[in-house]
Write a protein that binds this ligand. Structure first.
Ligand SMILES: *Cc1c(COP(=O)(O)O)cnc(C)c1O
Length: 343
């Protein structure tokens, strides 16, 4: 056993900062179901301002934010177009189908993007055989595709197609600020064509809990009702929203450091002889394929764990996610440990 723990399972493991703890204590609160929590309102308004949308809604998680967005854009029986490798399609327990009565038309992404011609092919029109289609979902950064940031130019093109075809556009922006920091583009520009965006406060931005949906005033007021339906109406939740305000004020610019650490990890793995292209991993997620190794992913994870290194498997790969609580020294420690394992 080792004393050292380097937790690279996810950026969700980040704990609230000391400043967040202090702000929790000071937060002014009220009953947010009655819209009387000033700290929640402040956070929602601030998020809306940053994205240049009319309104925001504080929700308990990214999964809840996506579910509420889909329930608000689409009626039971309608179809959602999304990525085959997307989080909404794969990792949200099929909530849109079970709770929203929605079906999905998955499209295989390339580098985190729905290929434009594939998207157009999959917009079906009003033939009697097809369900009505109501929206398209993008993911940015795209988790399953190595945290790849999706550019504003591309989103603009998707937005134009959606506009022409009368479809809504939702962005699962769990890590949208990782994209904006990498692309050096404001989220307001990046997400301009989207009708709604969900982003997580509880990942690299280090808040303990919470996500926000932003969109038009009308959309958010309908989403508020759907939040109540899924049991997401919370009361004196300003104690949590206070941490989100710190996330938005202080935790965005530093995401760059997480990207540098991920890059260092990917470069180091390449130097150790793994077949990995560090240029593929632009933000804070790195996937390592064990193709040329004699270990299964589970065996490899077990060996890492003996060294105090935690990671997750994703299909036939190992996923590492960097964040505030992993230092450059920790990354060096991991590389040394892996070096010892394989040589
Ligand atoms: C983490 C994540 C979510 C879900 O967020 P939770 O807060 O864990 O429910 C949604 N989409 C993507 C791309 C994610 O990485």
């Amino acid at each position: 056993m080792v004393d050292k723990i380097v937790d690279l399972r996810s950026d969700t493991v980040t704990k609230p900062t000391d400043e967040m703890r202090r702000e929790m204590k000071k937060a002014e609160v009220g009953d947010d179901v009655f819209k009387e929590d000033p700290t929640v309102s402040k956070l929602e308004n601030k998020a809306a301002e940053i994205f240049d949308k009319e309104a925001g809604l504080f929700v308990s998680s990214g999964t809840q934010g996506n579910l509420i967005s889909l329930l608000t854009h689409a009626q039971s029986g309608e179809e959602v177009i999304l990525g085959r490798d997307s989080h909404i399609f794969n990792y949200e327990v099929g909530g849109f189908a079970r709770l929203g009565g929605l079906s999905a038309r998955p499209i295989k992404e390339e580098k985190g993007r729905l290929p434009l011609e594939k998207l157009i092919e999959n917009i079906k029109g009003s033939d009697i055989h097809f369900p009505e289609q109501s929206l398209v979902c993008l993911e940015n950064t795209h988790n399953g595709h190595g945290g790849v940031p999706v550019s504003g130019d591309y989103i603009e093109k998707i937005g134009q197609i959606c506009m022409q075809k009368d479809l809504k556009l939702h962005i699962d922006g769990a890590r949208i600020f990782n994209a904006s920091v990498y692309l050096e583009e404001d989220v307001s520009n990046l997400c301009e064509p989207a009708d709604s965006i969900q982003f997580c406060l509880s990942k690299g931005l280090s808040a303990p809990i919470g996500s926000i949906i932003v969109g038009s005033r009308d959309f958010i007021s309908r989403a508020r009702k759907n939040r109540k339906i899924v049991g997401g109406g919370m009361r004196q939740v300003g104690v949590i929203a206070a941490t989100g305000l710190i996330s938005l004020d202080k935790m965005i610019d530093r995401l760059k450091k997480d990207h540098e650490k991920a890059n260092r990890l990917a470069e180091g793995l390449k130097d150790l002889g793994f077949e990995i292209n560090p240029n593929k991993f632009k933000t804070n997620i790195v996937y390592l394929s064990l193709d040329q190794m004699n270990y299964s992913t589970n065996e490899f994870l077990g060996l890492l764990k003996e060294k105090g290194i935690k990671a997750l498997s994703h299909e036939d790969k190992i996923r590492f996610v960097t964040h505030r609580e992993v230092s450059k020294e920790d990354i060096n420690y991991c590389l040394e440990a892996i070096d010892n394992l394989i040589h």
